[in-house]
Write a protein that binds this ligand. Structure first.
Ligand SMILES: *Cc1c(COP(=O)(O)O)cnc(C)c1O
Length: 257
């Protein structure tokens, strides 16, 4: 692996320290929270620098460094650079953006987890392909906890039901739930139209409640659905306080996009 650039390395170490502090403040073991590198718009060389820095900073403890891509096209472009690290078990690639059923094959060539599962039709397409190939794909159900029309993911009321259907499909392993939090309005927004930290946190608490409901329900295939992928650079403290096991950081690691 190349040596990390000082800028990226120090930002990544700072992110890990923030997560550790947030975990301790919530009475949690920092090792319960892994950090994924959200690599959209970053070129392959920069991603490799960040992966080296992430390994050094222990972003994922002793486990593989997690890289999350939003778009299959970008995933495919960076796949050759990541392939040796993936093959060596040093990197795991997650898809964290919307996946169209016609892009399942190129996505599966590199990704070992789809965090953005948002429909039974997509789950069925992934399941068919994985079962045929004799492999198991990790999946998370993406939930739109803030009910913002602009955000993808299933409605909170439909999340547990979809999770149970997904968990029953061959070739898929339901490992948890993912969400993009509410975006707090800028400080200058008109009073009354403002969503603040309390709204963000309530959304994350909602995802945790969905996960707990599914785990407690005990439906077949749901026993490993423990992950809560929530929190980004600006709101990771709120997410860790509400039980995040995976936070996804882009600008905090790479600087402004
Ligand atoms: C970009 C992105 C992130 C990281 O966002 P930052 O604010 O840059 O930390 C996390 N999750 C998803 C799904 C993203 O698209």
């Amino acid at each position: 692996m190349p040596q990390p650039l000082p800028g990226i390395a120090s930002r990544i170490a700072a992110v890990r320290a923030r997560v550790d502090d947030a975990a301790r403040a919530a009475g949690r073991d920092p090792r319960e929270v892994r950090v994924l590198l959200a690599t959209k718009t970053q070129d392959a060389a920069t991603v490799l620098e960040a992966v080296a820095a992430a390994a050094e900073a222990g972003l994922t403890g002793a486990g593989p460094v997690l890289v999350g891509e939003n778009r299959v096209q970008e995933l495919v472009a960076k796949a050759p650079a990541l392939a040796p690290l993936v093959a060596a078990g040093a990197v795991e690639v997650h898809l964290i953006g919307h996946l169209q059923s016609n892009k399942v094959n190129p996505a599966l060539a590199t990704a070992s987890c789809v965090e953005s599962l948002d429909s039974l039709a997509l789950a069925a397409a992934l399941s068919t392909r994985c079962a045929r190939d004799g492999r198991v794909l990790d999946v998370m159900v993406q939930v739109n906890v803030s009910d913002e029309a602009s955000k993808s993911g299933v409605a909170p009321a439909d999340a547990a039901g979809l999770a149970r259907e997904v968990a029953a499909l061959p070739g898929l392993r339901l490992v948890g739930f993912m969400t993009i939090g509410a975006r707090p309005s800028p400080a200058g927004a008109p009073v009354g139209a403002r969503s603040g930290d309390a709204v963000v946190r309530a959304g994350y608490a909602r995802l945790r409640a969905i996960r707990d409901e599914v785990l407690a329900g005990g439906a077949p295939g749901t026993g490993e659905a423990r992950e809560l992928s929530m929190g980004m650079t600006l709101d990771l403290e709120a997410a860790v306080a509400e039980g995040a096991t995976l936070v996804r950081v882009g600008t905090g690691a790479f600087g402004p996009r």
